[in-house]
Structure formats: C-alpha cells, structure tokens
Design a binder for this molecule. Structure first.
Ligand SMILES: *Cc1c(COP(=O)(O)O)cnc(C)c1O
Length: 397
C-alpha cells in the first residue's frame, strides 16, 4: 500500500497563495533599490509591535541577533551570569556568551518544559548570596553576579511569567524573553487579571523569523520587542554598527539589520498569523482528541490554565523514542526532536563543568520528546493517520 507521505513541516503550500503579493514586494524593492531599512522595515516593525502589544519593535537579522542585542541593551556586561534552561536551541546560550555573559541553568517544569520558577528561586536563594550594597545576587561558586534570566517560551507556550517577574523584581534581574517559538502566544497574569502577548512582559524579548517558525521569512530575520524606549534605541544602534547617523558611531555594534524584502514578506504573512495560529490550535485539539485513551502509551503536551499556546510544535513523550521515530519514518511520517541533547551536556559547554544528573527533568525530556507533524495546512485525515501509526508503534514495543 502506498500511503501518502506526511511531512513534519510544509513550507511550500503556505507560500502558494502569497506569490502575487510577494512579487509586488520584490518589484517595489527593485524599483526603489530599498533593500536595507526604509519604509518596508518600519512598516513591519510598527505592525509587529502592535501584534505583540509591545511599545517598540526593532527588526534585526535573526533571532540570535535579537537575543544578543536585547541582552546587551538590557545591560548585560562581561562577567555577568544569565540564567536560562538547558532544553533550548543553542542560540539562547550563544547569545548570552556573545553578549559577554556566562550562561547558567535552572531545570524545567516536567509538564510544560519551560523554566521552573520554584527552581529559579532555589537557585537564587541557595546557590547565590544577596549583596544588599550592590543589589545583586552573587553566585557562590563562581563569585559572578546574576544579572538576567532568559525564560524560553518553548514549543509555542509562554513560560510562567508571573513568578519569574516577581523574582526578577526581588533579585534585580533583567528578563529577556526568548519568544523565538512563540509569536502570538498568550499568558494570563494574576497580577492584573489580563491576557498578555509574548514579547510584552519582559524588559525585552527576542523573536526569530527563521522560515520554519510560526511567522517565518523566506530567509533570515528576527526582531526585538520592548516596552522600554532606551532598550529599543540601543538595539537600533547595535544592529547598524552603532550608527546614530551615517558614519556617526556612538558605539561599536554589529551588522544585524533586517532585510527590507524580508520585512515586506513578513508584513504580508503577519496579516495571516492570527488565523494560522488558530489553525495550529485546532490541530493540537484534534491530536488531543484522537489520542484520548492512549495516555498510558505516551505523554501529551500540557497547556496549563492561563496559557494559550500557539503550538509551534506538537511534542509527545515516549520511553522508546528511537523505536517510535523509526516506525513513523517507515510509515512515511516526518518527525523532529527538540532537542536531543540538553545544552549543559553538549560538547560546546564541556568547559562549564556540568555533569549528567545536574538537570534531570531537562535530561529526561531530551531523551523522550518527539515532535509530530504540525503546520496550519495539516489535514484531519493526515492527523488520523499520524495518530493511528503512533498508537500502533507504541503498542507493539
Ligand atoms: C529559532 C530559535 C532561535 C534562533 O533563531 P535564529 O533566527 O535561527 O537565529 C533561538 N531560540 C529559540 C528557542 C529558537 O527556536
């Protein structure tokens, strides 16, 4: 029987209906030679800030640029510790190091895979000592000050921001959201009893528009959002060699600008993002219903009360992940692993001196998570086949 293949991600279909609009963007760019900066970038920045309910948006070259610039602009200085989680893409910790900081880790919540605020408190209270004069928590072992936290809104779901922001207040930390996977995700704050969009709660936030993200460019792109104009201003300098005006370099910066053509494409796609995110939610709900009764075989994603995920990924957990992935591959079903190695155990961070067992929840997740096909155009029929193959594979272990 030749079952149709089901890809993990489909980046072809989504752009078919947008071709005409994209060609117009290209024509406009060619006719004005507006390739870098200009009205297309500003237009997108305005729209995206509004989408995130954030005061400012600064378009940059990638999510990694966004993280690096946001951290520097938030005041991270060489020697500072920046705390994040081990189960994220390495760009999160690369940006911390590139900003001059040292990454340190706190383990995650077992069910949401985002930073566990209880463990963040334990870290600050038991592994650090508060210096009231300098108003900083100093890490006992390294003697370095803890300056910031980077909660990662993983798989499309926001981290538990209320307790994180309360700790940030208490310990004088900057909070930079890694919102690269969470364009449009929402969190209900018990503080003001309102829903908040990813990118509007921290001091700053970083977004990636890598093609596979919920809002993806047709190339590289990213953005910083912030409610603090001084942070936005520094990010604008950092992305363009520190230039306030041509050849007036207020500081050293980077080449990290947002390409105007990508900004134009992104602006077109941003108009569809709410609908696409809604489709992802419906797909997640359908997966949930189709998997009902199979909870003994696998762990499904958990969306706590007060969280609205945008399901960048639909991630299940099984003991025999390799077996399941192989069976699905044989059935023509694409999957992914996000991420196979917790960062404290990758070769790049050997020098930080962590061991197996340091962050057991993240380590277990890295061994068991499997991302199933998830994209707005995924059909109900395709989902039924994915689920029946997953259940078949899990049953005959
Ligand atoms: C994609 C991603 C990044 C990096 O974004 P780029 O645009 O590829 O630089 C950073 N953090 C997370 C969690 C991501 O998913």
């Amino acid at each position: 029987m030749s079952d149709e293949k089901i890809p993990f991600l489909d980046l072809v279909t989504v752009h078919r209906g947008l071709e005409e609009e994209f060609v117009q963007i290209l024509r406009k760019a060619l006719s004005t030679a507006g390739f870098i900066g200009g009205p297309m970038v500003q237009g997108f920045e305005q729209d995206f800030a509004q989408f995130c309910e954030s005061r400012a948006c600064v378009g940059v070259g990638s999510g990694t640029d966004a993280l690096r610039f946001a951290l520097i602009a938030a005041g991270i200085r060489p020697g500072d510790i920046v705390v994040t989680v081990p189960n994220t893409f390495i760009a999160t910790t690369e940006a911390i190091s590139q900003a001059g900081g040292t990454p340190d880790f706190v383990d995650i919540d077992e069910r949401t895979y985002t930073i566990d605020p209880v463990k963040l408190r334990q870290y600050l209270e038991t592994q650090c000592a508060w210096n009231p004069t300098l108003k900083r928590a100093f890490h006992n072992r390294s003697g370095k000050p803890v300056a910031a936290a980077v909660p990662v809104h993983l798989y499309g779901q926001m981290a538990d921001m209320d307790p994180i922001l309360a700790l940030a207040d208490e310990f004088n930390l900057k909070v930079v959201e890694d919102a690269c996977q969470a364009q449009g995700a929402e969190y209900f704050s018990q503080k003001d009893h309102q829903w908040h969009t990813a990118g509007s709660m921290g001091h700053a936030a970083a977004f990636s528009f890598y093609p596979g993200k919920n809002l993806g460019a047709c190339g590289e792109a990213g953005a910083v959002t912030t409610n603090e104009e001084p942070i936005a201003q520094i990010c604008r300098l950092l992305r363009d060699h520190g230039q306030s005006k041509k050849y007036c370099h207020d500081m050293e910066g980077y080449n990290g600008r947002l390409d105007a053509i990508q900004a134009g494409f992104l602006r077109v796609k941003l108009g569809r993002l709410k609908a696409w995110n809604e489709q992802r939610r419906e797909i997640a709900e359908r997966y949930h219903k189709l998997f009902a009764g199979a909870e003994a075989l696998l762990t499904l994603p958990h969306q706590p009360e007060g969280s609205r995920s945008v399901y960048h990924l639909y991630v299940v957990r099984v003991a025999d992940r390799a077996g399941l992935q192989k069976r699905l591959d044989q059935a023509g079903i694409g999957t992914g692993i996000h991420y196979p190695t917790a960062l404290h155990l990758t070769k790049a961070y050997e020098g930080l001196g962590f061991c197996v067992g340091d962050f057991p929840v993240a380590e277990r997740a890295s061994a068991e998570v499997l991302s199933l096909p998830m994209f707005p155009e995924l059909t109900g029929r395709q989902q039924e086949r994915v689920v029946s193959e997953v259940i078949k594979a899990c049953k005959c272990r």
